[in-house]
Design a binder for this molecule. Sequence first.
Ligand code: AMP
Length: 588
Amino acid sequence: MEFRLVADTFQRLEKTSERLELISILASLFSHADASNVHMIVYLLQGRVSAPYTGIEIGLGEKLVEEAISRAFGVDKGEVERLYKELGDLGIVAERLASHKRQMTLFSEPLTLERVYGNFYRIATASGEGATETKVRLLVDLLKDAEPLEARYVVRIPLGRLRLGIGDATILEALALSKLGDRAYREDLERAYNYVSDLGHVARLLFEEGLEGVRNVRPVVGIPIRPALAQRASSLEEILQKTGGECAAEAKYDGFRLQIHKKGSDVWIFSRRLENMTGLFPDITSAVLQQVDAEEAIFEGEAIAYNEETGEFYPFQVTIQRKRKYGVEKAAEEYPLKLFAFDIVFLNGEDLTPRPYSERREILESIIKPGDTVVPSERIVARSVKELRDFFESCVERGLEGIIAKDLKAPYIAGARKWAWIKYKRVMKSQLSDTLDLVIVGYYKGRGKRAQLGIGGILGAVYDPSDDTFKTVAKVGSGFTEEQFVELKNLLDEIAIPHKHPRVVARIDADVWVEPKYVITVLADEITRSPNHTAAWDGERGLALRFPRAVSFVREDKGPEDATTVEELVEMYKQQKHVKVGEGEDSY
Ligand code: AMP
């Protein structure tokens, strides 16, 4: 396929501020693709060449890209730098230089999608001596033959600055519309995607085998499955009511969620965001090999630093020290982790996701041999509020966050927040029962002292899965240090866009709009009704946070679709009412 078509489409997507239009523009691009190249479009749309879990990233730094531009267009590097300062976007610099060159050269080999993707793949995987030179050469090769508009994207892709902000759901809907004639088939595609976490693979399967092939997708050892998520309950009664009067309740550990895959003597460990983190957990890897009695398995657990002597759990900050890569061995010695295994989705060739939780749990317990590191999560089966409350209180006393109740009959629902899992956390006085994870959709320049920083607050939104949009709920201006504000501004300027993003629904303006990408955690005093915010809009008012303050910097472990959902916000709003009318049950 001609790359020209892809570049034209990218340009149209950039100019669009309507979500349905994004879908139809994309669907029309997909209608030109076939089974051999549809995955290339899907990956390039996301600025990648492979599924995120593979860890294969194009990532070229600005300096190398400038070098390639200078060589491709025969201008010196100083000139490229000067143009970059003037135009603020290396993509536009390349576009401009390509259009000058166009007037001079007569013919070149037109770029194809296959060639662009192929070069980027080779850039992403080049390694060893001479890799840097190889990468620059591969980029020069593309730029030399690029039309001006193509050059814009050939430069933005490796810099990770495509800024199209196309979400997974939008791609799935466009594929469904293009290949199956109806956006509603997104559900089937999403189900497959939840099992293999690879949009490119799902797209190719759809083109090769149609709907049938997509419906037959099962979990595969070595490929992460998108994790099941928990709903939030406002009372223990609600938990019993949602689970039919009987449920399991497990301790809720505040650690790292790990998805562990084992095949013979190979072990893979994936994070909640499906990054391969095997290298960070050598202790857990060897414990899995010793303690897990299965040839092939995919199971999940929460890893948390634990003091064997006192029986206490360390706070999350201690557990997370692992993320600083150097010192893995040292951290493993000082703060050994325990892995509380809580679910299993695949065992020796069998997909366990359709089986009820009670059976999966039995199977999980049967394959864990006694040992110090891997243990099944603590749990009870409860039939009354009293049993749930007693267990909840004993967990809180030991410094745990609360409990996660599980519907005994529910299948494992990959990638979705359903009532199969229900969390119930301890509540602090005069605060909301829980923090919220907000997506930053814009920022404000700041007044007074903040004016110097150039940023005084952000506009935060919650996620609405029903239409794949982000709806605003608060302006957040406190909780960040000055240094954090400066760092935040730098991050946000990288993803600034000239107009409100098509997936953002807002009634107020931001000074600078950004692509919905970064998530922060906030705490607030109260949720109130407000005509300014669009979350849970009832025709006149939406929901807003009172006195919101950031309690985290940008969350590395959460993407925009992992933010608090509108539904959860509404639950929290209701829960706070409960607290007010004095249902002591909720006010821990
Ligand atoms: P939250 O992140 O507050 O939505 O809570 C859900 C998270 O709790 C899961 O993603 C897990 O990381 C964590 N978790 C801790 N203990 C358990 C457990 N026993 N079962 C399931 N999830 C757990």
